[in-house]
Design a protein around this ligand. Sequence first.
Ligand SMILES: [Zn+2]
Length: 448
Amino acid sequence: MKIGFEIHEQLFTDQKLFCNCPTNYRDVPPNTNVCPVCTGMPGSKPSSPNEKAIDSAIEIALMLNCEIVVDKSIYIQRKHYDYPDLPNGYQRTSLPIAEDGELEDVGIREVHIEEDPGKYDPVQGKVDFNRSGIPLVEIVTDPDLSSPEQARDFLNTLIRTLEYSGRVRPEPSTLRADTNISLKGGNRVEVKNINSVKGAFRALKYEAMRQKRRKEVKRETRAFMEGQMITVPMRSKEVAEDYRNIPDPDILPIRIEGEKVEKIRAEMHEPPHLRRKRVIEKYDIDPAVADVLVTERGFVDLFEAVTDEVDPRFASHWFKDILRKVLNYKDMGPEDIPFSVDNLVELLKMVEREEITPEKGELILRKMVEDPKNPKKLLEELDLKAIDRGKLVSSVEKVIQENEEAVRDFRSGKKEALNFLAGQVMKVTEGKADPREAMNVLEERLDE
Ligand SMILES: [Zn+2]
């Protein structure tokens, strides 16, 4: 089985590719971020391509180990097709700005930039041109993947690499993917209309099964129907590929100088798969922990920022088990963290030196994401509110009396009943009890 991808994502620029219209299309009413260029008015003159979009595509291509096309004319092509979201009747797309890359043993055939079409709503018959002209990066891979599972893992790695670059529009994802798949000896089928990793995986699973059952597989383009999780024929390949590409006579070709490439290379972000390798070696941490650290660039950045002052192995486990959990619970990304690195270092040191229990450390962290104060101050506040031993014991006794069934379960050997009871103690004490102490008192009383 051979699988390849064409991936599109929006580049994160303030202005569109061939005009100065803003790109915050999600925040404004339909058809307000528009001008004669991005609505294809006759006689309108496109500007030369947005420099920041080109630089962004160069950085992404370098992170994918590509050769940049240097000192050559890179023409902007007009790719003709008819659809209501395409006001010119053609989409402007560049020739490759980079070629011959590689990401985890999958060949990257080329990287180029193009303009996004508008958004057509076939139900209402309305078009919104706010999106029209926003720069996209397109990445074309070789068909080096050999199963839907492998394709899914690769796509995750590729998308994470784009996120690490900081050059694509952040969440929600603007991913649009086409995939091609052929079984041994069979024709190549292209599947369009995919906009998530999960969708790609399902489309490939379906296609692999469909093609296996066929005596003969037609060479064609199919569309993935997300709701039904199937693919349906779109058009046959022979007619489809006639885009009548011609160089756009209104736009001078792009020319990339070697000096610029080296400048971008010197400042570019480290791709996640290399970063993972480096943190494992440099800090001697477990690969499974490193996998969690590198899920987001901001997360591993923060981890590396504390390693000067805190033992990296200790910090890595704490990041994986506690910080990740607290952020997930609050539905926060690393970019939303309000406290300073210094405060985090101080908290980690308090736990590392065993001045406080890990549970108390977690409690303080939960406070710190709401109220980014010095952890020592937060500890004082917590201790003021903490309940004394006598109150804890009476709370435990209350819980034991009121939860006969769980107590019976525990005494007959169901150890998980203890967690339930401890949860009840936390509830009764309104979270003021120290969880470890509550557990100890519970065990003492239950043993009696
Ligand atoms: Zn415009």
